[in-house]
Design a protein around this ligand. Structure first.
Ligand code: FAD
Ligand code: SF4
Length: 340
């Protein structure tokens, strides 16, 4: 049986209290939302915080609202289940709700939050293991060791961003609102990431994600999420891809965005592939041809590594398949794309 290490728990009532409590002790402290990732990671001794600051009692972190300008504000503590069940969000941001729907299992979506999903640790098959297992291997760069088992001689960790909602939020140009030791700040989600699997965010783990803001979608915007995984009932992505297509009044695509995940430390925007679709019209040959070109280009730009489970050559072969299917699903207003 894997046991949690010892830690104390704080239950702040406000965002400001939560940030203060993180800095109150000399040792490491971590925020906990649904705990569906932090708890297993603590049992594996990947994190051994002396303090855990629980976010559930902070009203400001809960709830979904829409502003007069049509933009959405989603509190960081909104559960993935409540994202999926929200009809207004599903209509406005289909790729996000489809991605949330494909995260793990119903129980974990009930507990797991959107904020926790954005702030999720990167994953690697040599890292997400018990202490005993990692000890037998001699650990690795990301935790307790000095070498990488994915890239021989590598000096940089390439553990993979594996959060399903991250690529969807990237295609939707989400902005993240944080509370930090120096006050509040907002940043585009595209600016959050860095190419370092040890910590793939440009902000410290002591910054508290308060809310996810989504701009009003274009008048005729559609989207979809495609996810390759071993077991449809629970698994993390072996490859994930989100698409947004905005249509002009004549039915042609006036803007497009594509972003992939489960490749390397950062979610991976596919700007050139998305640009190929602009000006084409679903139902016409030019659209089908552009989708094929985009799928081929995606396969060139996405190079799965043996960092997460699943044969990386197979994952690579699936890149154009999932890109193609996800683009067609977005155009048809269908999705998500996955197998069960
Ligand atoms: C068996 C299993 C399968 C899973 N499958 C998937 C999957 O398919 N796809 C997927 O994306 N995820 C998956 N997960 C991971 C997890 O369930 C989800 O990512 C979930 O959304 C995490 O949210 P949480 O609220 O539980 O986060 P927590 O576990 O509470 O926190 C995760 C991390 O984020 C930090 N954090 C949480 N909230 C905040 C905040 N507001 N501000 C700053 N930092 C914060 C925590 O400190 C921690 O480091 C799986 C987990 C398990 C155990
Ligand atoms: S890629 Fe995997 S094995 Fe290599 S340092 Fe990162 S977690 Fe460890």
């Amino acid at each position: 049986m894997l046991r949690l290490p010892k830690f104390d728990v704080k239950n702040p009532a406000t965002v400001e209290e939560a940030v203060a409590m993180i800095f109150e002790i000399d040792g490491e402290a971590r925020f906990i939302a649904g705990g569906t990732d932090l708890n297993p990671n603590m049992k594996h001794r990947l994190f051994t915080p002396e303090r855990v600051v629980a976010l559930g009692g902070i009203d400001e972190l809960h709830g979904v609202s829409f502003g007069a300008d049509g933009a959405a504000r989603i509190g960081a503590m909104v559960s993935l289940t409540n994202i999926v069940k929200n009809a207004e969000l599903s209509a406005a941001y289909p790729a996000l709700c489809q991605a949330a729907k494909l995260v793990s299992s119903p129980q974990l979506r009930n507990m797991g939050t959107l904020g926790g999903n954005v702030m999720l640790d990167t994953r690697c098959q040599w890292y997400n293991q018990t202490y005993f297992w990692r000890n037998a291997l001699g650990y690795c760069l990301k935790k307790d060791g000095s070498k990488c088992h994915v890239i021989e001689g590598g000096s940089k960790c390439v553990a993979a961003a594996s959060n399903d909602t991250a690529p969807a939020l990237m295609t939707l140009n989400a902005e993240l609102e944080f509370a930090t030791a120096n006050g509040r700040m907002r940043m585009p989600i595209a600016d959050l990431w860095q190419a370092d699997g040890i910590w793939n965010k440009k902000i410290p783990h002591t910054d508290l994600l308060v809310a996810i803001h989504l701009p009003k979608p274009a008048a005729n915007s559609r989207g979809a999420y495609g996810k390759l995984r071993d077991r449809g009932s629970i698994d993390f992505p072996l490859f994930g891809i989100a698409a947004r297509l905005d249509f002009a009044s004549d039915g042609s695509i006036q803007d497009a965005s594509l972003c992939a995940v489960a490749l390397q430390a950062r979610p991976w925007p596919l700007k050139k592939a998305a640009a190929l679709l602009i000006g084409t019209r679903p139902g016409e040959d030019c659209f089908s041809a552009a989708v094929e070109q985009a799928a081929t280009l995606a396969a060139k730009q996405c190079r799965p590594m043996p960092n997460i489970p699943g044969d990386h050559d197979y994952r690579h072969l699936m890149v154009p398949v999932y890109t193609r299917r996800t683009l067609h699903a977005a155009a048809d207003g269908a999705g998500p794309v996955h197998h069960v």
